[in-house]
Design a protein around this ligand. Structure first.
Ligand code: ADP
Length: 258
């Protein structure tokens, strides 16, 4: 009854999804896809059945991270078989249906939503414990419509120390509140950097604002992720899943599991 506006998508009868969790950010480029990938990898390592719906339709980066660059999904009847990572994570993304993944996606609203609807409803997800949705960045029209079209149970917010004085992350918190979706907590990415020589911690984007955000918005602290060139390199090389150290952002993983 809380649902107003666009239609709420329904998954097909050959699939069953226990929990749909969104990963959102107040703006692009803060590491939303990275956090989606970390959560998926960690949950799968713990034995859960995990899917990723890459709802960042015009800026998809999930397939590349998981080494699925150049791969195309194929159909089975009127349904789509999702791609699968080495660790068994089922993935659906625009990049997996484009003829050339380097082509820009110049789709407007109705086309975007048409693609998203198919990705959710027509994909043969099978049994999934956690479907993580890499949401479109920001709090604009597309993000809102996607939010209203999927049965999202909770969101993890990704911020960076540059999302200064809570303004940007505050928008994400408010968007979730407007949609009546609980915020599971906030992860601060690119929080600091460790000197490889002496271990000294630097804060290239300024000091962390995570504690202020936690206090002001009464949201859980789900951890800080350092800037790590190895992480960026493994995302580019598609080896992210096997190279991710064990026990990354454990608070965030537990918050999704709870
Ligand atoms: P978003 O999904 O918010 O647009 P991404 O997760 O795609 O952002 O990250 C943007 C870029 O920054 C990617 O190339 C990614 O590899 C890199 N990146 C993100 N977080 C980190 C980090 N903590 N350390 C190093 N590189 C990072």
């Amino acid at each position: 009854p809380k649902h107003e506006g666009p239609e709420l998508y329904q998954v097909n009868d050959q699939s069953s999804i226990k929990h749909v969790i969104g990963v959102i950010s107040g703006k692009g480029g803060v590491g939303k896809s990275l956090v989606t990938g970390i959560l998926a990898t960690e949950l799968a390592r713990k034995g859960h059945k995990v899917g990723i719906l890459d709802a960042d339709i015009t800026g998809p980066s999930i397939p590349k991270m998981f080494g699925l660059s150049g791969l195309h999904v194929f159909g089975q009847g009127d349904k789509i078989i999702p791609a699968q990572s080495k660790g068994g994570i089922k993935i659906m993304s625009t990049n997996l249906v484009l003829e050339n993944e380097n082509d820009p996606v110049l789709w407007r609203g109705p086309m975007l939503m048409g693609a998203l609807k198919q990705f959710y409803e027509d994909t043969l997800w099978g049994d999934i414990d956690y479907l993580l949705v890499d949401m479109p960045p920001g709090t604009g029209d597309v993000a809102l419509t996607v939010f209203q079209s999927l049965p999202i149970e909770g969101v993890v917010i990704v911020s960076s120390p540059q999302d200064l004085v809570q303004v940007i992350v505050g928008k994400a918190v408010k968007m979730a509140a407007m949609m009546n979706v609980p915020v599971l907590g906030v992860v601060e990415n690119m929080s600091y950097m460790e000197c490889p020589e002496c271990g000294h911690k630097l804060e290239p984007f300024g000091p962390s604002h995570l504690q202020e955000i936690v206090d002001e918005f009464k949201v859980a602290d789900l951890g800080r992720i350092p800037i790590d060139p190895k992480v960026a390199a493994s995302c580019d090389a598609g080896t992210f899943e096997s190279e991710l150290p064990e026990g990354f952002i454990p608070e965030a993983v537990s918050a999704v599991e709870a």
